[in-house]
Design a binder for this molecule. Structure first.
Ligand code: F2R
Ligand code: MG
Ligand code: MG
Length: 307
C-alpha cells in the first residue's frame, strides 16, 4: 500500500475529530438558527472523538479486536474525562460493568432490554474501518462486535457497520472515478437492513435537493443511528469535492450536529486524505498529534501484520 493511503488514515481520524469539534457548538440547534459563515473553530472535541480514540488505542494495544479490552479502555477514558458530553447510555453500561456485570451482558440491559439504537457506536467506528478496509466481512464482524459493547440494538450495530463500510469505500475509491449515485448504491447494497437500505436509496433521489429541511425530514438529523448515519453518508456524497464543504453542510442541518459532522468528516477525510483538511484547523485541533499518531500506528499495524 502506498504512502497516500497512510495520509488517508490520518485524514480519516483527524477529519472525524474536526467535524466533531466544529459541530459541537451547534448540537441540538434547529436548521436555519445559524449561518455556517458564523461558525468559529476552537478545536475542542466531544465524546465522539474520545470514544474513537478508545477504539484505536484498544486495536493498537491488542493488535486487533478484543471486546473485553475495548470495553475497559472506554471505561478508563470515560473515568478520566467524563465531561466530554457522553450520551446517557454508555456511562450506564460502564457503571454496570464496574459493579460486576459482564461486559458481554451490560449493554443488553439498556432501554428496557432492547439495547441502544443511538449513533454512539457508529460515531466511533473509524479505526475499525481503517484496519479492515480491504476485508469487508471482517469489517462487518468487528463493527458489530465493537458496537455491541454499548449498543446492543440491531439498528445501533447496523449503523456502525454501515458507517465503517462508507469509510472503507471512500478510502479505496479514487476521486477521478467517484460517482455519488454509485457510491450511495454501493453502501445500500452492503446493508442487510431494509430500513437503512431504503434511506440510502432515497438519498440518491435527494442528491440535487437544495432545501435542507427536506433532507432532515427524509433522512433525519437525530441521535438515533437510523436518523444520522445515512444523513452523514449523504452529506459526504453530495459534497464529495471538498472536505470542508461536506462538514459545513453536515453542521448546517443542525440536530445532532457534532455527530453527523464527525461521521461525515471521517468519510470525507478518508476520501481526501490529510492534505484535504484545512491546515489551520488541524493546527487548532485538540490533541491533533496524538490522533495522528494513533492513525499512523494503525497504518503500521495494517502494513506489518496480517489483519
Ligand atoms: N450526549 C450528547 N449530547 C447531549 C448534550 C451534550 C452537551 N453538549 C454536553 O456537553 O453535555 N451527545 C452524544 O450522545 C450521542 C451518542 O449517544 P449514544 O452514545 O448512542 O447514547 P445512547 O444513550 O445509547 O443513545 C442516544 C439516545 O438514543 C435514544 N435511544 C437509544 N436507544 C433507544 C431505544 N432502544 N429506544 C428508544 N430510544 C433510544 C435515546 O434518546 C438516547 O438518549 C451523540 O450525539 C454524542 O455526541
Ligand atoms: Mg458528541
Ligand atoms: Mg452528538
Amino acid at each position: 500500500m502506498s504512502k497516500d493511503v497512510e495520509l488517508k488514515f490520518t485524514g480519516c481520524m483527524l477529519g472525524c475529530a474536526i467535524g466533531d469539534a466544529l459541530g459541537a457548538h451547534f448540537e441540538g440547534c434547529f436548521f436555519g438558527d445559524f449561518r455556517t459563515s458564523e461558525i468559529t473553530f476552537n478545536g475542542r472535541w466531544t465524546d465522539d472523538t474520545h470514544m474513537m480514540i478508545g477504539v484505536a488505542e484498544s486495536l493498537i494495544e491488542c493488535r486487533g479486536f478484543n471486546g473485553e479490552h475495548m470495553a475497559w479502555t472506554f471505561i478508563r477514558n470515560w473515568q478520566r474525562e467524563p465531561w466530554r458530553g457522553y450520551g446517557p447510555g454508555p456511562p450506564k453500561v460502564f457503571r454496570l460493568i464496574l459493579s460486576g456485570v459482564s461486559w458481554r451482558e451490560a449493554a443488553k440491559r439498556l432501554y428496557g432490554g432492547a439495547g441502544s439504537l443511538g449513533n454512539g457506536a457508529a460515531m466511533r467506528v473509524a479505526p475499525i474501518a481503517l484496519l479492515y478496509h480491504d476485508n469487508i466481512e471482517k469489517l462487518r464482524e468487528v463493527a458489530y462486535k465493537s458496537a455491541e459493547i454499548t449498543h446492543a440494538h440491531e439498528l445501533g450495530m447496523e449503523g456502525a457497520a454501515i458507517q465503517a463500510y462508507a469509510i472503507a469505500l471512500a478510502l479505496r475509491i479514487s476521486d477521478e472515478v467517484f460517482s455519488p449515485k454509485n457510491y450511495l448504491r454501493n453502501v445500500a447494497s452492503f446493508t442487510k437492513s431494509v430500513v437503512f437500505r431504503d434511506k440510502l436509496l432515497r438519498a440518491i433521489e435527494l442528491l440535487n435537493e437544495e432545501d435542507g429541511r427536506v433532507i432532515i425530514k427524509e433522512l433525519g438529523n437525530g441521535v438515533e443511528a437510523l436518523n444520522s448515519v445515512p444523513t452523514a453518508i449523504y452529506c459526504f456524497a453530495k459534497n464529495h469535492d471538498s472536505y470542508l464543504k461536506s462538514i459545513l453542510y453536515a453542521v448546517s442541518l443542525g440536530g445532532d450536529a457534532d455527530t453527523i459532522a464527525s461521521m461525515t468528516g471521517a468519510i470525507a477525510g478518508a476520501f481526501h486524505g490529510e492534505e484535504g483538511l484545512p491546515e489551520e484547523w488541524v493546527e487548532k485541533l485538540e490533541k491533533a498529534n496524538y490522533i495522528r499518531s494513533l492513525a499512523r500506528e494503525l497504518w503500521k499495524l495494517k502494513t506489518s501484520h496480517n489483519t
